[in-house]
Structure formats: C-alpha cells, structure tokens
Design a protein around this ligand. Structure first.
Ligand SMILES: Cc1cc2nc3c(=O)[nH]c(=O)nc-3n(C[C@H](O)[C@H](O)[C@H](O)COP(=O)(O)OP(=O)(O)OC[C@H]3O[C@@H](n4cnc5c(N)ncnc54)[C@H](O)[C@@H]3O)c2cc1C
Length: 408
C-alpha cells in the first residue's frame, strides 16, 4: 500500500540520500524522510566543497575511500554532471607527528603513490606556493580532490528518485516502534503520519543522539559541534596559482590546531582554509554566531602561503555542524534491542565522512538488507566499542575543542 515500504531512511543528508539511492537501485521500495527542506543548511552536508583524500592513518578508511572514488565516478556518469573534481592531496606536519607517520605507513602498505618531502623539496614541488617550518615534512599524494557537497546530495536524491524511491521533506520523524502484529517497524512523524517499513535506516547527523535516545533509550556519544568554514582572499596577481587545475593541492596540516583546506574553486579569488574542530552545540539551538578565528590559523596562512593570501581575517565564512564521536570513528551498527537487525544506524561521521558517502550508502544498504556488509570490518564502527574502551583511543578532538573554546 501507499504507506508501506521495504526500507524507510530517516534523514536526507548525504548519508541518507546515498543509502536511499543504493536501496532503490537494488529494487527495494524506499522512503526517504527529511525534517527540513531538502538541501537545507542546518546539518552537515551543505556547502561548496569537501576534501577527498586517500591518505588516512588507518588502513580501514583507505579501503573505504578507494571504493568511494570508483563509486563517485559511477554516480557522476549515471547522472551526467560532475560533483567530484580531481586534485592532488598534500599533508604536512612535524616530522615526528604520530598521525602523519601513520599516514606514510598506510601509503606504503597500501601502495598509494606518494612522495615524502623535506622543506626544500616542498618549496620546489609547489614552486614556492607552500612553505613549511624547519623540522616539518610534507606528504604529496596523487589521490585527492574536491567534492561539491550540496550538488552531490542533490545528485543522490535525483538518482534515488530515478530508481523509484519516494522522497518527503518537511517531515520530522518523532518515533520508530516495533510493529508487534506483523513485524517490521512503524515510523511516526510530527505531522501525524505513520509509515510501515520492513526495515529502517537512521542517518540523522547531529540529531542522531537525540533521536536514537528517544526511540530506544540508547545513548550514543555523538557530540554536535558548530564550526566555521573560512574563505580567505588571495592577493591580487596570485589567484591563478592557488586555483583548482593549477596543480595546487587539497591540504591538511597535522600541527596544532589541525588545519585543512581546498584549492580556490567555489568563489574565484578565495581559498578555503579552516580548523578541524568546533564548539559543542544543541543542533536545535544553534548560536549562528560568527565563531572565533584562532590567531594560530591566521599565522599558519601567513607563513604557509608566504604572504600571498590575506591573513588578516576571512573574506567569507559559512557555518556547519560536525557530529563527533570520541575516537572520530563512525557509527555503523544495528540499533539492537527489540529492533534486532531491522534498524540500522549510520552516524558520528566526525567531520570526515563526506568523501565516503557512496560506500557508506552501500554499507548501510547491505546491513539493513542482509545483516552483513561485504568487505568491511565493522568492529571499528560498532557502538559496543564505546563501552569496551570508554575514553580510550581518543584522538586529537578533545584538544581541538579545548583550544577553540579557550580562545573565546
Ligand atoms: C565544516 C565541515 C567540513 C567538512 N569537511 C569535510 C571534508 O573535507 N571531507 C569529508 O569527507 N567530510 C567533511 N565533513 C564531514 C561531512 O560533511 C559529514 O560527515 C557529512 O555531511 C555527514 O552527513 P550526514 O548525512 O550524516 O549528516 P547531515 O548532513 O546532518 O544529515 C542528517 C539529516 O538528518 C535530518 N534529520 C535529523 N533528525 C531527523 C528526524 N527526526 N526526522 C527527519 N529528518 C531528520 C537532518 O535534518 C539532516 O538533514 C565536513 C563537515 C563540516 C561540517
């Protein structure tokens, strides 16, 4: 009937939209529900650019990115427009930075083409556009690139629709319950609608903690962080050197704070350089404030780009939210309890999930349809890890939040 589905997906950010596409493409009757307008700016998946890079300290992410590269290409050719723009990727940091050394080992183990460069070699490689301090190294890798996020979400929604999915926005889910009579789940909305699904996938971004707690009592340690994306003006005459297509890379700096950015693409003459981290927030009570631009970011820009970028302050900023887990690893798991394997969660993408949206959609579709995800070691993403190792394996995120908050 019209309100019965094979799978209901809650949340139409990039993860929910990619999952709906995967499900519909495999021939399952799919419903995608979104609480706000499609392509809204209150979550994590809007904006103009996201980095895709193969260089991860962890092997398991490398394999997922690798699969995603191919899937981005496939989805683009199916839709007929581009969302992924190729560039090389460049990581820099102190020569003894653990995460950067782990990146180099991953590159070696996984045979990722890369070069490790000292300060002089960095200057040569990028014709003086990038400088690093003495005692730092750079790792240049051919596999980088930029993805256009809003356009990519819209691509997955269009593809899902093309394969027969049903997409509803302005529909907030306020309950998921077990259907005790015929099995499956009943998904209710604050508009008063009820939908029946054999199965359900929850991809609620920064609302994950609230929604999962409400429907099951399970407390996920996913912390929303409000964060600022900053665009800086490239000084006159230097614009072309920092633009995509000029061999200028996407980049990440493994110092403190962790800084990342993309070549000039979305706003001509501006380059994106931002800090990984943010301020804890309630996604329903955001400050929408200007945020703080740490002086360390300004200094990094001044020194790294040798005065070619105006570091006095950003020319434009955009707000976004991270949904951060303590170890910055994702949550890909079954909700369990009375729902068993019928409800699957995909969340906690911790500021680095966008690039992997195609493979996450594939994994969540596999999990909800078959109970297993081919080729993926799920132990890194299970919720049980938070109980087994509370506070353990915490990466740099606590530091980032601490530094930004103390800058206020
Ligand atoms: C500033 C910034 C920079 C980033 N840079 C990168 C990068 O360079 N590379 C990279 O790979 N990743 C990056 N990321 C991370 C990436 O953007 C996120 O991991 C990804 O967008 C998360 O998508 P999502 O679908 O989980 O969440 P969201 O996009 O927030 O989607 C969740 C959706 O669920 C909806 N929802 C919630 N509750 C309900 C409900 N009850 N009923 C119905 N709908 C509901 C929400 O409205 C929302 O639309 C960045 C993130 C930010 C914020």
């Amino acid at each position: 009937s019209a309100d019965e589905f094979d799978v209901i997906v809650v949340g139409a950010g990039v993860m929910g939209s990619s999952t709906a596409y995967q499900l519909a493409k495999r021939g399952h009757k799919t419903l995608l529900l979104e609480q706000f307008d499609f392509l809204h700016h209150r979550g994590s998946s809007h904006g103009e650019s996201r980095t895709i890079r193969a260089t991860y300290p962890e092997d398991y992410y490398h394999d997922m990115v690798n699969e995603s590269y191919q899937m981005w290409e496939q989805a683009q050719s199916e839709i007929g427009f581009r969302v992924y723009f190729k560039a090389r990727h460049f990581d820099v940091g102190p020569a003894d930075a653990k995460s950067l050394l782990a990146v180099i080992s991953t590159c070696r183990r996984k045979a990722i083409p890369h070069q490790v460069l000292d300060r002089r070699q960095v200057t040569e490689k990028f014709s003086g556009r990038i400088d690093i301090p003495e005692g730092w190294i750079g790792v240049s890798c051919d596999h980088g690139g930029v993805i256009k996020p809003t356009k990519a979400v819209s691509m997955f929604q269009m593809l899902a629709l093309k394969h027969g999915a049903f997409l509803w926005d302005n529909t907030e889910v306020n309950g998921v319950t077990r259907d005790g009579v015929k099995g499956g789940v009943i998904v209710s909305t604050s508009n008063g609608d009820k939908f029946w699904g054999k199965k359900c996938v929850v991809t609620a971004g920064s609302w994950m903690r609230k929604l999962v707690k409400k429907v099951s009592g399970v407390e996920l340690p996913i912390q929303p962080l409000e964060t600022n994306v900053c665009y800086w003006r490239i000084k006159e005459g230097h614009e072309a050197k920092y633009a995509i297509g000029s061999d200028f890379p996407t980049f990440a700096s493994y110092g403190k704070p962790y800084i990342y950015g993309t070549p000039s693409l979305e706003y001509p003459g501006l380059i994106k350089v931002a800090v990984h981290g943010g301020y804890p927030c309630d996604p329903d009570k955001r400050t929408w404030g200007p945020g703080v631009i740490p002086s360390s970011l300004k200094q990094w820009i001044e020194e790294t780009f040798r005065g070619s970028v105006d570091s006095s302050g950003p020319a434009a900023t955009q707000l976004c939210v991270y949904s951060m887990t303590p170890d910055e690893d994702f949550v890909l798991d079954f909700l369990g309890g009375e729902f068993g394997k019928d409800v699957v969660m995909g969340g906690g993408f911790s500021g680095h999930g966008f690039k992997m949206a195609p493979v996450i959609g594939r994994i969540l579709a596999d999990l909800v349809l078959t109970g297993e995800a081919e080729g993926i070691e799920l132990k890194h993403f299970r919720i049980a890890r938070f109980k087994e190792n509370p506070g353990g394996n915490v990466k740099d995120f606590e530091d980032q939040v601490g530094q930004l908050t103390s800058a206020l």
